[in-house]
Design a protein around this ligand. Structure first.
Ligand SMILES: Cc1cc2nc3c(=O)[nH]c(=O)nc-3n(C[C@H](O)[C@H](O)[C@H](O)COP(=O)(O)OP(=O)(O)OC[C@H]3O[C@@H](n4cnc5c(N)ncnc54)[C@H](O)[C@@H]3O)c2cc1C
Length: 542
């Protein structure tokens, strides 16, 4: 029986302290915090873990330098604190990174003023990163020759952090932490309806993969439905002080654009005076993002989005050939769930990009519902702690918070892993010269489970071979994913547990002889069906 089947079995007619609806970052972190402090927790998502907004982010863990434009000092202070905490708790997954902002004649601020802002940002961030720097035009060209300096006034470099793998893999680390603390979690399980009778909820659920319907019970519900929180609360007539509006943002993944160093974000003001970035993702660059008001949570990249971003980047980089739609390897599109107060009415008349990115948490004592509105990946530890506090207010006792529901394993465990990896000469197995050492990669991706991978490779050296020519994945990683990562569809692995789908061109995936073996390891007898489903559902570009 798979872990998912076993958990669906536990869900059927089960009774939990808390049912968490939605397994994006907010649901996952809430489950990890609650299960880690002794509550009995069930968490469901009608898609895969982290498969909606949380897989469409810029992968940045940041205090939001740009929010200083709107004088959001408390928000920036809070986000900087969260960034600093995350960098400390996840030293191998979240890395400090420089943002080189190039300021041309159309930019709203001169470099000296931006440098003052960066200094203030560094101070608000309690000096948690390296200090900012002011660059003249020559220095900008020297730092990154790809930047077109024709109209440049200069630049600044300030520091923030980013997720080396991807956002949805980060979400999965909290799902894993919740599972390890005993939570019953299942992807592809939808909440259809729920009734509050007496002191408990009965939730009607549907296994989206098999179509089976069943019920489960819980004392309280955490509504972590992201862009769907209002619809979910609407089902049981809960009136909240806040509600969600949507802002669409897109990213384009293209071949590497930087020519000097690939460990830095480039930042530019676009023609609408909004900051956009070129962010490293493995051997690729990611251009984004945009900020457009939209009335539906379901979005895709359209031709206007593509043309806008390509034109912006072509105007600011000195490329041998301008980037075209044909260069796009993958696209991402999502909506930021932004919080507004109901009593403020429609916000169409306010400046759209000035709407705050802060989260709000509301508790309803009569129904026993805690709702998470908005937020950022960067704010996740605060959300986990705040949800746990609200759950305690609803009468569910929790153990003391020992802060052990998040973070990478202890330093001693890490040292032991690298000692064992060195003894077995793991890094010499690396087949591609321009990739990071295997020991770094396995430790970052799997933490404590990386020991099992060493064991598997020792027992069978073929487990240490790359499984798809163009992707950085060993056969052992696939076996680990099949057993421990609750993969239902091939897309779950290709897009979220790994980032293969984002960095390997579609054609290379289709023609890779390894992809059939990937499906075989993950799905056994179901491999053919899952492969067909994956290619049928894969969106095209352009
Ligand atoms: C373009 C863009 C760039 C961003 N960049 C950054 C960044 O760089 N750094 C940062 O910190 N933040 C960033 N953010 C913000 C961040 O990504 C989001 O705030 C965060 O991912 C929201 O997470 P969530 O858990 O609330 O929502 P989601 O991830 O959308 O999760 C909600 C889940 O609820 C599930 N659900 C809904 N209804 C039901 C139901 N009836 N039954 C079961 N499940 C249900 C959905 O399937 C979904 O998976 C960005 C956002 C966007 C759009």
């Amino acid at each position: 029986m798979t872990l998912r089947d076993a958990n669906i079995d536990r869900l059927r007619d089960g009774l939990f302290d808390v049912l968490v609806v939605g397994a994006g970052i907010n649901g996952a972190v809430s489950s990890a915090a609650l299960a880690g402090r002794g509550a009995s927790v069930a968490m469901i998502d009608r898609g895969d873990f982290g498969s909606f907004t949380s897989q469409e982010s810029s992968n940045l863990v940041w205090g939001g330098f740009k929010y200083l434009e709107h004088f959001e000092f408390p928000l920036v202070f809070g986000l900087c604190r969260s960034r600093n905490r995350l960098m400390k708790a996840y030293p191998d997954n979240i890395k400090e990174i420089g943002f080189l902002a190039a300021l041309d004649r159309k930019a709203p601020y001169p470099p000296w003023f931006a440098a003052l802002g960066a200094l203030g940002y560094w101070m608000i961030g309690l000096f948690g990163t390296k200090p900012p720097k002011l660059f003249d035009v020559e220095r900008v060209k020297l730092e990154e020759p790809a930047i077109d300096t024709t109209n440049l006034r200069g630049g600044i470099q300030y520091q923030d952090a980013y997720l080396i793998d991807n956002d949805s893999r980060f979400v999965f680390s909290f799902v894993r932490s919740a599972i390890e603390a005993g939570a019953c979690v299942a992807n592809y399980v939808e909440l259809l309806t729920a009734e509050h009778i007496g002191d408990r909820w009965t939730a009607h659920l549907r296994d989206v993969d098999s179509g089976e319907e069943f019920t489960t019970s819980a004392r309280v519900i955490v509504n972590a439905g992201g862009p769907f929180v209002d619809q979910i609360n609407g089902q049981w007539g809960l009136e909240t002080e806040h509600r969600i509006v949507y802002s669409k943002g897109i990213h384009l993944v293209v071949p590497r654009l930087t020519t000097k160093r690939h460990d830095r974000v480039l930042a530019f003001f676009d023609d609408t005076q909004r900051l956009f970035y070129v962010i490293p993702m493995g051997r690729r660059s990611v251009i984004g993002t945009t900020d457009t008001r939209i009335d539906t949570p379901f979005t895709e990249v359209d031709q206007d989005d593509r043309e806008f971003l390509l034109a912006q980047i072509n105007a600011r980089l000195d490329l041998d050939e301008p980037l075209t739609v044909g260069d796009i390897i993958a696209e991402r599109s999502g909506v930021r769930p932004l919080v507004v107060r109901r009593k403020d009415g429609d916000k169409r008349d306010v400046e759209w990009t000035s709407l705050s990115r802060k989260h709000e948490i509301e508790r309803d004592d009569d129904l026993g519902v805690v709702t998470v509105f908005g937020g950022k990946l960067t704010d996740c530890l605060n959300v986990g702690e705040e949800v746990a506090h609200e759950i305690e207010q609803l009468g569910i006792p929790l153990e003391k918070d020992l802060a052990n529901w998040y973070g990478e394993p202890a330093k001693a465990t890490r040292s032991e892993f690298f000692r064992q990896a060195k003894l077995m000469k793991l890094d010499q197995l690396r087949s591609k010269p321009d990739t990071e050492p295997l020991s770094d990669r396995l430790w970052r991706r799997y933490g404590r489970r990386a020991f099992d991978l060493l064991e598997a490779i020792r027992a069978d050296p073929s487990m240490g071979e790359d499984i798809m020519g163009s992707a950085d994945y060993l056969r052992a990683e696939l076996h680990n994913a099949a057993e421990h990562e609750m993969i239902v569809k091939l897309d779950d692995f290709m897009r979220r547990r790994s980032k293969i789908d984002l960095v390997v061109p579609d054609e290379a995936i289709r023609t890779s002889p390894g992809v059939a073996e990937v499906a075989e390891i993950l799905f056994g007898a179901e491999a053919e069906r899952r492969l067909t489903e994956y290619f049928d559902e894969k969106p095209g570009i352009g």
